[in-house]
Design a protein around this ligand. Structure first.
Ligand code: HEM
Ligand code: HEM
Length: 186
């Protein structure tokens, strides 16, 4: 059985999925590692966290534009209605957080009035959110809540992918990992 062309994601969508997923994972690891580090090291790690975060924002905007121009394949017909609703909800919330998470981080640091350096290559100017400490605190809180929501969604998403791979054997994971498609002879 071959997966028909319209049943697969484009190479660009697949590349963006994995690069963004990797950078998001690195950004979580960065805050966990930075916690408890001496101040100088912590600032260096957080500078990378901010730069990766802005990179995620840019790539996520590109990914959404690409998705509008190249419709993704329909969900596998084998999904139960509740699974389809869950998958669609998780995907939509992911797109919301892929934009909302970096934006709230950027807004939080913008209350300090300084631009964000992206690996010294270019600067993102401070957003016009004012210099009020309380505003910075609110963005920090939302950033933290979004972070927890992100972790829950990643857990659900990975469990779903593993269920399809090892219990349902329906090739869903192969839609995002072309190497598996070749191995399965699809
Ligand atoms: C998808 C991208 C991002 C993810 C997954 C992410 C995730 C997180 C998480 C989980 C925390 C810990 C929250 C807490 O418990 O206090 C955090 C803190 C922080 N993030 Fe992000 N972040 C992202 C993007 C950004 C961006 C773009 C910026 C700024 C340009 C930023 C700036 C910060 C700062 C300054 C803190 C530390 C706040 C403190 O002092 O405790 N983040 N981030
Ligand atoms: C931070 C991590 C991740 C994020 C933000 C993320 C986000 C997304 C999004 C938004 C989609 C929907 C694509 C679309 O239809 O436009 C998707 C699809 C998919 N993801 Fe992830 N993903 C992550 C990690 C993973 C991991 C670790 C796996 C594998 C274990 C995985 C496997 C898949 C698969 C198989 C699909 C395609 C589902 C289908 O065919 O309908 N993802 N992902």
């Amino acid at each position: 059985m071959r997966i028909p062309e319209n049943q697969t994601y484009t190479r660009v969508a697949i590349a963006l999925h994995w690069v963004i997923a990797l950078l998001i994972a690195l950004n979580f690891v960065a805050v966990w590692v930075a916690d408890g580090m001496p101040k100088a090291e912590k600032m260096q790690i957080m500078a990378n966290h901010k730069a990766f975060g802005i990179t995620i924002l840019i790539l996520s905007v590109l990914r959404i534009l690409w998705r509008i121009a190249h419709r993704p394949p329909p969900l596998p017909a084998s999904l139960a209605p509740w699974e389809a609703v869950l998958a669609r909800s998780v995907h939509s919330l992911f797109y919301f957080l892929m934009i909302g998470m970096p934006l709230t981080g950027w807004a939080m640091v913008s209350t300090g009035g300084k631009p964000v350096s992206v690996f010294g290559l270019f600067d993102m100017p401070a957003l016009p959110v004012g210099a009020d400490k309380a505003t910075g605190g609110t963005f920090h809180e939302v950033h933290e809540i979004f972070g927890t929501a992100f972790l829950v969604l990643i857990g659900l998403h990975v469990l779903g992918a593993l269920k399809h791979q090892f219990l349902d054997h329906d090739g869903t994971l192969a839609r995002m990992i072309p190497l598996l498609r070749q191995r399965r002879g699809l």
